[in-house]
Design a binder for this molecule. Structure first.
Ligand SMILES: Cc1ncc(COP(=O)(O)O)c(C=O)c1O
Length: 390
C-alpha cells in the first residue's frame, strides 16, 4: 500500500520510481502488442497534445479556439465519412460514442420503444450503453461471412425497436455488416440507424482510395443517422480520442443538457463528460491536418501489406487456419485440431499480447507492427503449433 507522504519527493526521485514501475508494461515499440486496436501515438500528436493540456472543452466560452478546432476536426472526419456538415464531438472513445448514439436514438423516440437490434459481433460497449440507458439489446446471428444476417435482422425488428446498430469493422474479425440493407430496414420502419465504425472508420475510406473493393458504410448510405469513428485506434491519436458524428443537429441536440454556471458563460453539453480534454480534440485536428488523406493511406496500405504477410505465413502452418479472409488489418487464427485457447496461452507465455475470442486468436496489425515482428511471431506460432501436436 502506498500512503500520501507529508513531504513530497524531488521530481528526479519520482521519475526514477516511475521508470522502474513502468518497466512492467508492454510497449508498442517492442512489437509484442498484437491484440490491441490502439497504437503508439504519432510523434507530432505527442507534441500538439503537450501544448494543449489545459484546454477544457467543457467550458467552450473560455476555450473558443479549442471549441472551433474540435468542430473543424469533426468537419474533417465528416468529409472522410461523406458528410462534411456532420455534427458531433471528439469524445473519450468508441464506448462513449456508442452510448451517445443510443442515447440520441432513445430520446428521439421519446422513450416509447426500447429494443436495439445489433449483431452478436457488436462491441460490448453497446451492452454497456443499453444497460445505462434502460434499453434491451437484441443480438442477431451472423451469416457465414461473419456479418449481421439480414433476414434475421428483419425478423427481429418489431414495434418495440428503437434503433438498429451495424458494425463497419467488427472488433473480432473486422467484418463489415451489410449497411445498405440495414439502412433500408431502418428507413422502412422509421428507425434510428447507428454505424459503429470505431475501427473501420479510419481504414475503409483509405482502402477504397487504395483500390480495394469497399462497401458503402458511412453517411453515403441514406438511413445512417450517426457513426462512431475513433482517432485513438487507426487514427494514431493519443488516448482518449473517440469520435461521434450525427447526420444533423437535431439528433445531437436530443442529448443536450444545459450547464448554466460556467466561467465562460452558460452552455449546453451534448457529451457525457463535463470537463473534457481539449488536448485530445486539438491533437486529432493537428493529425488530420498534418497527415491528410495521403498520410493515412500510407499507414493503412502498410498495415494491409503486413496483414497479407501474416496471412501467407498462417496458411503455411499445418494445424491452424484463418477464421475468415480478412477485410481489414485484423486476422483471426483458428484450428480444427488444436485447442486454440492453449495456443493463445502458450503465445502469451512467450510474451505475445494476442487477443483470445471464443474460437480464434485475434491479431490486429496496427501501425506499430513491423515486418520483423510478424516474422518473429510466425516462427513462434509455428513452434507452438508443432509443440502442441498440430
Ligand atoms: C467496433 C468497436 N466499437 C467500439 C469499441 C470501443 O472503443 P473504446 O475501447 O475506445 O471505448 C471498440 C473497441 O475495440 C470496437 O472495436
Amino acid at each position: 500500500m502506498v500512503k500520501l507522504f507529508e513531504k513530497g519527493l524531488p521530481e528526479k526521485a519520482v521519475l526514477r520510481k516511475l521508470e522502474s514501475k513502468l518497466k512492467q508494461d508492454f510497449t508498442y515499440s517492442s512489437g509484442r502488442i498484437l491484440g490491441s486496436m490502439c497504437t503508439r501515438p504519432h510523434e507530432f500528436a505527442r507534441y500538439v497534445h503537450m501544448k494543449c493540456l489545459e484546454k477544457n472543452l467543457g467550458d467552450p466560452g473560455l476555450f473558443c479556439a479549442a471549441t472551433q478546432l474540435e468542430q473543424e476536426a469533426i468537419g474533417m472526419l465528416g468529409s472522410l465519412l461523406s458528410h462534411p456538415k456532420a455534427y458531433g464531438h471528439i469524445v473519450s472513445g468508441g464506448t462513449e460514442a456508442n452510448i451517445l448514439a443510443l442515447w440520441a436514438a432513445r430520446n428521439l423516440a421519446k422513450n416509447k420503444r426500447h429494443e436495439v437490434v445489433a449483431p452478436v459481433s457488436a462491441h460490448c460497449s453497446l451492452d454497456k450503453a443499453a444497460n445505462l440507458l434502460g434499453l434491451k439489446l437484441i443480438k442477431v446471428k451472423l451469416n457465414d461471412r461473419f456479418q449481421m444476417d439480414i433476414k434475421e435482422a428483419e425478423k427481429t425488428v418489431t414495434e418495440k425497436t428503437v434503433a438498429i446498430v451495424g458494425v463497419a469493422g467488427t472488433t473480432g474479425l473486422g467484418a463489415v455488416d451489410p449497411i445498405h440493407e440495414l439502412s433500408e430496414i431502418a428507413l422502412a420502419h422509421g428507425l434510428y440507424f447507428h454505424v459503429d465504425a470505431a475501427f473501420g472508420g479510419f481504414v475503409l475510406p483509405f482502402l477504397e482510395e487504395l483500390g480495394f473493393n469497399v462497401p458503402d458504410f458511412d453517411f453515403r448510405v441514406p438511413g445512417v443517422c450517426s457513426v462512431t469513428v475513433d482517432p485513438h485506434k487507426m487514427g494514431l491519436a493519443p488516448i482518449p480520442a473517440g469520435g461521434i458524428l450525427f447526420r444533423n443537429e437535431e439528433m445531437m441536440r436530443s442529448i443536450s443538457t444545459s450547464v448554466p454556471y460556467l466561467a465562460g458563460g452558460g452552455t449546453d453539453h451534448t457529451t457525457i463528460l463535463g470537463t473534457r480534454s481539449g488536448a485530445s480534440a486539438i491533437t486529432v485536428w493537428g493529425l488530420l491536418m498534418h497527415l491528410g488523406r495521403q498520410g493515412y493511406r500510407g499507414v493503412v496500405g502498410r498495415c494491409m501489406r503486413l496483414t497479407s504477410k501474416l496471412v501467407e505465413g498462417i496458411r503455411q502452418i499445418n494445424g491452424i487456419s484463418l477464421k475468415t479472409i480478412p477485410t481489414l488489418n485484423i486476422v483471426g487464427i483458428t484450428s480444427n485440431e488444436l485447442d486454440i485457447e492453449l495456443v493463445a496461452g502458450e503465445l502469451r507465455r512467450m510474451g505475445w499480447a494476442v487477443s483470445l475470442f471464443s474460437s480464434y486468436i485475434r491479431v490486429v496489425v496496427m501501425p506499430h507492427v513491423r515486418l520483423s515482428h510478424i516474422e518473429h511471431f510466425l516462427e513462434d506460432l509455428k513452434g507452438t503449433v508443432e509443440k502442441l501436436g498440430g
